[in-house]
Design a protein around this ligand. Structure first.
Ligand code: SF4
Length: 305
């Protein structure tokens, strides 16, 4: 594939950039070869369901009964999304996983509602589609939210529900968050049928880490039983100079994406990758015997794909 062919085949969305950063080979399988992952992880659907609950909360359902609403949000991604044809990989069973996810969602939403700032801020945009040109290339995506805080400051945020809380340095360098901030300042948002230019440089570009609202079940040196796990907001501030530096960085990433050779990252990402069989069976440095042995081991651990 030539550079021009690759460019014509991909959309520059946060998801394709994220996949490339995780592993260029995975990016190739998913975005260039159009191969679906074998399964979807129930944890990924849980993250999407939590996002949907947050959307509902700010759209007339602030008092929602989470036990009732969470399974509906999960079922939406399970049965009514673009990827519904891909089977879901549950950890125990659908029923047990959903029960556990629902219990955690109740803690998260309760904690979210308890934080006064979340109730008192004005949501300016939520789940808003954007497009922005950077050095001649159009990038697209969806921003979780931009809100006006009670003190008048503007905060752009991205909800995260990963197992590991990001730290300040990873948030400051986060490509997605930089892309969203760049789009808020220089790009356009889709509002109804129109594209508008918000021209906003947020005071904060933040990650809202939802699992921080989970409740501790026992005392430890990190906190007492009954307390929340930690602080949910990781705030950064970006200047126009930061955004200019980001412009260069993202176009360098694009140059790598367009190279016709996508290398295997071979990192911890492989443990969760849905292309392991395919990838390792095509890997010239892994013999067939080793590749099938690795897959057997993964299957035994219940993390095969
Ligand atoms: S198995 Fe590993 S190297 Fe291969 S595509 Fe997946 S993440 Fe990349």
């Amino acid at each position: 594939m030539t550079r021009a062919e690759i460019r014509s085949q991909i959309r520059l969305r946060q998801s394709s950039i994220k996949d490339f950063m995780l592993c260029p080979k995975l990016f190739q399988y998913r975005h260039l070869d159009g191969i679906d992952p074998k399964t979807r992880s129930a944890k990924t659907l849980n993250g999407s369901a939590l996002h949907l609950l947050m959307f509902w909360l700010h759209n007339g359902e602030w008092e929602m009964d989470v036990e009732n609403m969470y399974p509906k949000a999960f079922a939406h991604y399970e049965y009514a999304s673009d990827e519904s044809h891909i089977p879901v990989r549950f950890y125990k069973s659908r029923e047990e996983d959903l029960k556990a996810f629902t219990a955690i969602a109740v803690e998260i939403v309760d904690g979210y509602r308890r934080r006064p700032e979340n109730a008192e801020s004005t949501m300016l945009f939520q789940e808003v589609k954007f497009r922005v040109k950077i050095l001649g290339e159009m990038y697209e995506g969806t921003i979780d939210g931009i809100r006006q805080l009670p003190d008048g400051k503007i905060e752009l945020f991205d909800y995260k529900s990963n197992a590991i809380r990001p730290n300040f340095h990873t948030v400051a360098a986060d490509i997605q968050l930089n892309l969203y901030t760049y789009a808020a300042r220089f790009g356009e948002f889709k509002v109804g049928d129109d594209w508008i230019k918000p021209r906003v440089l947020p005071d904060y570009s933040s990650i809202y880490y939802l699992p921080a609202h989970k409740i501790r079940k026992r005392n430890s040196k990190l906190g007492q039983k009954g307390e929340e796990m930690g602080s949910s907001l990781i705030r950064t501030t970006k200047t126009i100079e930061d955004l200019r530096a980001f412009r260069k960085e993202v176009s360098n990433i694009l140059k790598s994406m367009l190279r016709p050779w996508h290398y295997r990252n071979n990192s911890t990402a492989c443990v969760f990758c849905q292309y392991t069989d395919l990838c390792q069976s095509q890997n010239p440095v892994v013999s067939n015997r080793m590749a099938s042995k690795a897959n057997e081991l993964l299957a035994e651990l219940g993390i095969s794909n």
